[in-house]
Write a protein that binds this ligand. Sequence first.
Ligand SMILES: [Zn+2]
Length: 311
Amino acid sequence: MLKVGIDIGGTKIAGGVVDSDGGIVEQLRVDTPTDTAALAQAVVDMARYFRAGHEVAAVGVAAAGFIDRDRATVIHAPNIAWHNEPLKATLEAGIGLPVTIENDANAAGWAEFRFGAGRGVDHMVMLTMGTGVGGAIVLDGKLFRGGHGIAAELGHIRFIREGLLCGCGQRGCLEQYASGRALQREAGAIADEGGIGAALAAHRAEHGSISGPAVSRLVLAGDPGAAEALRRVATALGEACGGFQAVLDPQLFVIGGGVAQLGDALLEPMRLAYERSLPGYGDRPVATFAIARLVNDAGLIGAADLAGTEA
Ligand SMILES: [Zn+2]
């Protein structure tokens, strides 16, 4: 059975026709309109285009934000002016197929659980290190949604009391210390300190700023300042994983997002911090860590797989 998955990102809308094994049959990418009506129309147009060429049963749409338990309404979105937006009804009226709305991190986590790094486990936590930190929790083979549909906002646990202001309105959230943006900030701080920050400072002097990919390139080139920036964010995320282990006891943590492309350079300091943060370490069983496999397509694959299901 074919379904359409559409992942609404900050800059691009990625859509695809997805088969029941998570394979993408056809794919499309367009710029994300800033106007909300134009955005909804772009999603409708994309779904109608796929529908014209394929026998499609349902449409799944992934978006950043709080999605209600019925997977119909966007309660709150961080980057789009949606407030209790009845997105499912709007899209179904335009597309003429059943539509399911999903949180983007949940959709990506589900795709990894079904078809990627999470295959073969029943209890998995996924953390996506992008601009922020996204979370998804799979328990007993099901997405854990909580009482209102908006569980697993793992990037917004309070990590530092009276810490940095977060876009969610709170202070000290994990994502302020463990995201791609945090990596850039730490790289800037290390450049300011001099010493091992010399290469970062030189890069900033030449380019005006230090991008996440630039830090990654310096890490892979063996630069000690960039490695220290990565160690700081990896340590923050690893420590948080120790806490998630205490609460959820997953078998596996899957790490996704741009920073995860660093692979073991990220996972090694993270695992060390995780083990140091575990209650009862030494006696207790521990989780394994893996890098996400589906990368940019996870959101659309997961949204398609979840469309029209009870999961
Ligand atoms: Zn927050």
